[in-house]
Design a protein around this ligand. Structure first.
Ligand SMILES: NC(=O)c1ccc[n+]([C@@H]2O[C@H](COP(=O)([O-])OP(=O)(O)OC[C@H]3O[C@@H](n4cnc5c(N)ncnc54)[C@H](OP(=O)(O)O)[C@@H]3O)[C@@H](O)[C@H]2O)c1
Length: 330
């Protein structure tokens, strides 16, 4: 195909304006591997990029989409051949580089991982950066000693993308999972993913009254940040860890060092974007093995490219439930 469809962002009068357009292949950036993109997805960061927030995109016109899954069409790298199924998440694709909201993408071979057997391209994007990040968080907690016998694990922002996959993964691995949410109406949804208790988001968002609260959590996956993360630190069990993944509730951390000094707790940073390739491959293999695909299906809705811009403000407001897959063929 000499041309392909893409969602292109333009900067017009100080505003970011999205349009679905037909783009010539000659406009693809240089790179070793050309991919026929089958599916992409909507993450929180995609919402920011589509809404022109955070100065993540510096040059327009721009094709957003921080993730994609598809099939190799052409490769100058010995690592990939035409027909290979591949996944891309992160590496600042969709912000610094042209992204996955297009039928074609071109990237360095080192940005791609082979899609594991057992996951379709659509399932890989139902996981996407959000699910990949949840898996990195669980692996980090395991490396710091978390095991199902240790006690309850807390997931904050539980009904969002990172949260929904973290709840499903942890439940499938045998953990008792407490889901913190601001949407109590989603109780049935969260219990369906495997949550055994619901915590009101507001209870964690209030300023901690003491530097140490009652020990409640053997581990935590936090997608919210801010006061919520500060509260979680005061409630971790002795030597337990929280994996800090997100900032849906704020990027500050109004905490004291007391939980580190008196309980030896750990604050684990999770970055999915520049994560080294060997760890990516490990995480995708774990996702293919450990994430129940029926639950993934239950948390996912699929939309065509043209519907993506309208969903951007909704994901930033925390109104999206679970995961959104973008079907490039629709
Ligand atoms: N570190 C990384 O590499 C990485 C990768 C992916 C994502 N992230 C970050 O992780 C976060 C979640 O991403 P996502 O794609 O899962 O987004 P998402 O689907 O919008 O989920 C975020 C969830 O956070 C909760 N929330 C929203 N606003 C809140 C507020 N003001 N106070 C408290 N809770 C709030 C909501 O859950 P409830 O309705 O259940 O309360 C919402 O569904 C984002 O901050 C994103 O930037 C980081």
């Amino acid at each position: 195909m000499a041309t392909f469809r893409a969602l292109v962002l333009h900067e017009e009068g100080g505003k970011v304006v999205p349009r679905v357009e037909t783009v010539d292949e000659a406009r693809l950036p240089p790179g070793e591997v050309t991919v026929a993109v089958e599916y992409s997805t909507l993450n929180y960061k995609d919402g920011m990029i589509l809404e022109g927030q955070g100065r993540l995109v510096r040059a327009y016109p721009h094709v957003p989409g921080v993730d994609f899954a598809g099939t190799v069409l052409h490769s100058d790298s010995p690592e990939f051949r035409p027909g290979d199924p591949v996944i891309l998440t992160g590496w600042r694709v969709g912000e610094l580089h042209w992204g996955g909201y297009a039928e074609r993408a071109r990237v360095p071979a080192s940005f791609l991982v082979r899609r594991p057997d057992g996951l379709t391209a659509k399932q890989a994007m139902a996981i996407g950066t959000a699910g990949f990040t949840a898996m990195l968080a669980v692996i980090a907690l395991e490396k710091h000693g978390l095991a199902p016998a240790a006690g309850d694990v807390l997931v904050t922002g539980a009904a969002g993308g990172v949260g929904s996959i973290a709840v499903s993964l942890l439940a499938a691995l045998g953990y008792r999972v407490a889901a913190s949410t601001g949407r109590p109406e989603l109780r049935e949804y969260l219990e369906g993913l495997g949550a055994t208790a619901l915590i009101d988001r507001a209870a964690l968002a209030a300023k901690p009254v003491r530097p140490l609260d009652r020990e409640r959590w053997a581990g935590a996956v936090d997608a919210v940040g801010g006061m919520t993360l500060a509260t979680v630190l005061t409630q971790l069990n002795y030597r337990a860890s929280v994996a800090a993944c997100g900032l849906a509730g704020g990027s500050d951390l109004p905490a004291t060092v007391i939980p580190f000094l008196l309980r030896g707790v750990n604050l684990l940073g999770i970055d999915s974007v520049m994560c080294p390739r060997a760890e990516r491959i490990e995480a995708w293999d774990r996702l293919a093995r450990d994430l129940p695909l029926a639950k993934l299906e239950a948390m996912t809705q699929t939309v065509p490219l043209a519907e993506v811009p309208a969903l951007a403000p909704r994901i930033l407001k925390g109104e999206v439930r679970g995961r959104i897959v973008v079907d490039l063929a629709a």
